[in-house]
Design a protein around this ligand. Structure first.
Ligand code: ARG
Length: 703
């Protein structure tokens, strides 16, 4: 039976693979056989003609891809949105397709220049006419989707393509009659897969495997219960048969060489309109402004990359390049995202890079009340390490207690309105919390180039061997320690027991004694092993001088814990003369505050160990208050804990033998953190040698 459905096709008179604009064309230039292509095309034409009406558009010389009429435009009812090809290789097809549409009574819409959209190759109507699925990521721009919604008055659902082999939506996605969907999930990002799953019930989804996908099984023409395609596996055929579809295979291998098959070779030109449905598009856009050393510091690349990585797209509206080495650049970027959720994710990251709204778009932060103590409103903005401001009643307020992974709470105090970073557990009923991503900015000082180089750890440059890197880090850290000490600044050390096992205890003790350390953070173990070494000469039962295990030594640390428990605290044990040296001794003697955070594996614990972790976190954050530098020595747990509560601007040096720990900590996206993979005992010993060099008086070598 021939239905009234019409398809537009274009004979392959001039078809060939003449250039490469998709991965299928690679290696296939002039490799397709004209005769076989004609034969395959005719077969397809006849199969379709058995089931529907086929119209023809005249092929044009010099436009070899014109056979792929799916890319002529997108039709709905009387209206058609003409394609704007991304590649110049196909742009010449546009006027021929336009003429055909106009001659056949269609109302033709044309997109602005430079806004690519490749027609029904990237936009597929739900076969029930409920909405339009529109692809982006390779050929079509996300920003074309709002035009489709407006002109065709239909809801548009944007799907992001991720696999360049499936560069057009119709290569991996095929809506079928009765609400079924044939598709290859691997071609989409996870967000789009979720969108698909939310729209199409599980029993209606026919997800195919890669083997079928690369045979272009999704590039199928569906007429009622018939599905015409290049090739399908037996399992796919039976899967489709189960739900009432009959597969007709017709080989299209010559066209696969250009990256197309059955669906690409056709354009359905009868698409009935459902009058009761109207436009709706979830694509959002927003213009942000960035200023600073956009090029030198790689800020603009990072911003644009992250927009695309996260599923959005962008247009650079303005870019004022700073011409002098010193001058900063400014850019205005229009960001588009397929939905508000994605927009929020993108903007929150752009905020970290210093992006702000245009002055005329500035708005107050969106606030929602805390309804349950210790629980934030769902959509709360998650704070970062960067100094942040929020806009309340038209005023920008600096956020206090900046740290990451908190919520920003706004409260009315006697000093006026205050914005504070708070941990979830500390939120109180009645406070307002910043939600969404409006009216939030981070303050980035655009330092001069020279300043930038001196303020950051400038040896971060790659291409440095790991041995040399250790030396460089040591030199720089010694220099910083010296400077901070001279200026009365603050250095906090987090240390694990490995410091003691590797013989670093004496060095760390000296750093404390000589005034380089203003706070110490650790757990039960470092204190126990440090005192064990000083009382009994062993660390976890190993003789520190000879490096051998001492008989019964595994009990040593318990005896030490017991002794300190008898005195009631480390300080009292020190005062009583039971501990006569070491890290803890120096802390007590020099009035250096320390905090030992407990954990499930602690023996004892020492009386000083804080087993209430919430209190321990509070003690830690008090000690790091106002720190200029934090030295993290071989303690993954305590170092990460500290990293989480430290705002940007504090220099962090992480030393660990395990590269994973170092990467995790030094990769805060801030220039002030640096990591070095090495033995911590060795590091400390080199550090002291270097400090000695810096502090010993210069003696000229005369004679
Ligand atoms: N060589 C063509 C291109 O890369 C193939 C187009 C396939 N068409 C389609 N609707 N998927 O543009």
């Amino acid at each position: 039976m021939v239905s009234q459905i019409r398809f537009l096709m274009c004979a392959p008179d001039h078809y060939d693979v003449d250039y490469v604009i998709n991965p299928w064309m690679e290696g296939n230039i002039h490799k397709s056989s004209r005769d076989r292509a004609v034969e395959q095309w005719n077969k397809l034409y006849n199969v379709i003609k058995d089931h529907a009406i086929v119209d023809l558009v005249a092929p044009e010389k010099g436009w070899p891809d014109m056979v792929f009429s799916a890319n002529a435009g997108l039709v709905l009812g009387e209206n058609v949105v003409l394609s704007r090809f991304l590649h110049k290789e196909r742009q010449g097809e546009e006027p021929y397709f336009q003429r055909w549409f106009e001659e056949n009574g269609f109302n033709v819409y044309t997109l602005p220049k430079d806004l690519p959209f490749e027609g029904a190759g990237d936009a597929l109507l739900d076969r029930e006419g409920r909405w339009l699925w529109a692809g982006y990521g390779f050929r079509s721009e996300l920003d074309s989707h709002p035009f489709l919604a407006k002109w065709l008055d239909i809801e548009v659902i944007s799907l992001r393509l991720m696999d360049e082999r499936f560069y057009h939506l119709d290569t991996c996605f095929c809506p079928l009659a009765n609400g079924y969907l044939l598709y290859y999930p691997g071609a989409f990002d996870s967000y789009s897969n979720r969108v698909i799953e939310m729209r199409v019930a599980p029993e209606k989804r026919i997800a195919i495997m890669e083997a079928d996908a690369v045979n272009f099984a999704c590039n199928a023409v569906n007429v009622d219960s018939i599905v015409i395609m290049n090739k399908a596996s037996d399992s796919l055929k039976s899967r489709l048969a189960e739900v009432g579809f009959q597969v007709i295979e017709t080989p299209l291998t010559e066209f696969l060489k250009a990256g197309g098959a059955a669906k690409c070779l056709t354009l359905r030109v009868t698409e009935p309109v459902r009058e009761e449905l109207h436009a709706n598009v979830s694509v959002e856009s927003r213009v942000v402004r960035m200023e600073g050393h956009l090029l030198d510091a790689g800020l603009i690349n990072r911003a644009l990359d992250l927009i695309v990585e996260m599923g959005g797209s962008f247009q650079v509206l303005k870019f004022n390049l700073g011409e002098q080495r010193q001058s900063t650049s400014a850019a205005e970027v229009r960001v588009s995202a397929p939905s508000h959720d994605v927009m929020e994710e993108i903007i929150s990251q752009l905020i970290d890079l210093g992006a702000v709204d245009l002055p005329q778009d500035e708005r107050d932060s969106k606030l929602e009340p805390v309804l349950q103590a210790g629980v934030a409103p769902d959509d709360f903005y998650v704070s970062t390490i960067y100094p942040t401001e929020v806009r309340v009643n038209g005023q920008w307020l600096k956020v206090e207690n900046q740290r990451m992974d908190g919520a920003i709470a706004i409260s009315q105090t006697s000093n006026g309105i205050v914005a504070k970073c708070k941990l979830l557990r500390d939120l109180e009923i009645g406070e307002q919390v910043v939600v969404d991503v409006l009216g939030i900015r981070t303050i980035r000082k655009a330092e001069s180039r020279e300043q930038r180089n001196s303020q950051e750890f400038s040896f971060m440059s790659s291409g440095v061997s790991s041995e040399r890197r250790v030396e460089l880090v040591v030199e720089q850290v010694a220099w910083e320690l010296r400077k901070i000490k001279d200026s009365g600044g603050k250095v906090v050390v987090t240390a694990g027991p490995v410091v003691i096992h590797t013989g670093g205890g004496e060095h760390l003790s000296r750093l404390i004694r000589e005034g380089y350390v203003q706070g110490l953070l650790g757990g039960n173990a470092i204190a126990v092993h440090d005192m064990e070494q000083n009382i009994l000469g062993t660390s976890l039962g190993v003789d520190m001088k000879r490096g051998v295990a001492v008989r019964g030594g595994h009990r040593h640390h318990l005896k030490v814990i017991n002794t300190v428990r008898r005195f009631g605290s480390i300080a009292k044990a020190v005062e009583a003369g039971a501990v006569r040296g070491g890290v803890m001794y120096e802390c007590v003697k020099n009035n250096i505050p320390f905090s030992l955070a407990g954990s499930i594996r602690d023996d004892g614990p020492l009386p000083d160990t804080q087993m209430n972790l919430i209190l321990a976190q509070q003690e830690y954050s008090q000690i790091i208050q106002g720190a200029d530098m934090i030295l993290m020595l071989s303690s993954m747990l305590h170092s990460i804990g500290v990293g989480n509560m430290t705002p940007a601007g504090v220099k962090m040096v992480c030393v660990d033998i395990n590269p994973a720990v170092v990467t995790k900590l030094s990769d805060r996206g801030s220039i002030e953190s640096v990591g070095v993979v090495t033995d911590v005992g060795l590091f400390l010993s080199l550090l002291l040698q270097q400090l000695d060099k810096l502090t010993s008086p210069y003696v000229a070598n005369v004679g």
